[in-house]
Design a protein around this ligand. Structure first.
Ligand code: 3HC
Length: 313
């Protein structure tokens, strides 16, 4: 057997045995490339996802809500950090990853291209967006690439707090005045379908799923994740007497799942192609913050260089 096919075989054997692939292990270039794509987009999503919530920091209704929201936003920044660091173990630099985002060669989660119009949106984001992220990320704790799986374990611990604080906001509004309940219903109406889109296209339309499942990068299909999210979330809406905006939503006893309506895939394609309600704003804000933060990066690099030079004095 040639050396190359021997390496390939060893890689396949590790995947088959559910062993983790580590940075120093040999891996097919396509495996590495797929991981850089997905992990960097995951990291970009965490960082850009801070924007819609950050818009409400100065307008939180109480000091307690403000500190909870601040804690959540700081967590998201940390999630981005873990994921960028895990991606860099694949031999790519942070600068390259950020350039790909700024030049439109890398995506981030479609959901963050929608505006956060009222305080109830902060509840809906925690409840639905973090709720959907948890479904996806719990399965990613079993992903075959070691650094990604370990980052997920840490992130999932914090995500459950994110989902709970969001749902708690929705409970308080739904139990409040008629106007507050209407605000919560309006947020559910606007965030429900974009949350279902977070799981990606139907399995049959997914460009990467088949190979990602074979390599155990992806441990749950897009449609299975979406179904799991719907099944767990609809009862939560029922409990607070909010109506999921889907006339086709119905419990299917035979399937043991909810049947639900068709997603607007044209909208999805528009949003992931850069034509969503807030794409330009989100990317513009990220570029501006990156430029304004250049002096911090330069100072850190100069400090590190100086430290390395004087380490031998
Ligand atoms: N938003 C943007 N792009 C999406 C998308 C979405 N919701 N769903 C799919 N896409 C893109 C894919 O990136 C791919 O495009 P590319 O080839 O340019 O990368 C294309 O649509 C085809 O989709 P696939 O299903 O073939 O792609 P994947 O196999 O990568 O599956 C995914 C999509 C399920 C989102 C997968 O990438 C994944 O699990 N990513 C990690 C989880 C993640 O990124 N979550 C984002 C939310 S993070 C978050 O919510 C933070 C929380 O704390 C609030």
């Amino acid at each position: 057997m040639s050396e190359a096919s021997d390496l390939e075989q060893r890689f396949e054997d590790k995947i088959a045995a559910d062993e983790r692939i580590e940075p120093k292990d040999w891996m097919p270039d396509a495996y590495r490339k797929n991981l850089i794509r997905q992990m960097s987009q995951h990291a970009h999503s965490e960082v850009i996802g801070m924007q819609p919530e950050g818009n409400w920091l100065t307008r939180a209704p109480t000091l307690e809500r403000k500190s909870v929201l601040l804690a959540k936003i700081q967590d998201e920044a940390g999630h981005g950090l873990y994921l960028y660091s895990a991606t860099e173990t694949l031999g790519v630099t942070r600068e390259e990853l950020v350039a790909a985002l700024h030049e439109g060669r890398a995506k981030y989660a479609s959901i963050f291209n929608y505006p956060s119009l009222t305080w109830a949106d902060i509840g809906a984001i925690g409840w639905l967006v973090d709720g959907a992220a948890i479904v996806n990320q719990i399965s990613l704790q079993r992903t075959s690439y070691g650094p990604y799986a370990r980052a997920m374990v840490r992130i999932c611990k914090e995500e459950s707090f994110h989902q709970r604080q969001g749902y708690q906001i929705m409970v308080r509004l739904a139990e409040g005045s008629e106007a507050q309940k209407q605000m919560a219903q309006d947020a559910l109406n606007r965030w429900w379908w974009p949350s279902l889109m977070m799981f990606g296209p139907h399995d049959g339309e997914s460009a990467h799923s088949a190979q990602s499942m074979l390599w155990k990068i992806k441990r749950m299909s897009n449609d299975d994740g979406r179904q799991k999210f719907v099944d767990q979330t609809v009862p939560q809406a029922d409990i607070i007497d909010l109506t999921v905006p889907d006339p086709d939503l119905k419990w299917n006893e035979a399937r043991g799942h909810y049947d639900f309506g068709e997603i607007n895939w044209d909208e999805f394609m528009q949003v992931i192609s850069g034509n969503g309600p807030c794409n330009r704003q989100r990317l513009g804000q990220h570029k501006k913050a990156h430029e304004e933060g250049a002096w911090v990066r330069e100072a850190m690099a100069a400090y590190a260089k100086r430290k390395a030079e004087t380490a031998h004095d």
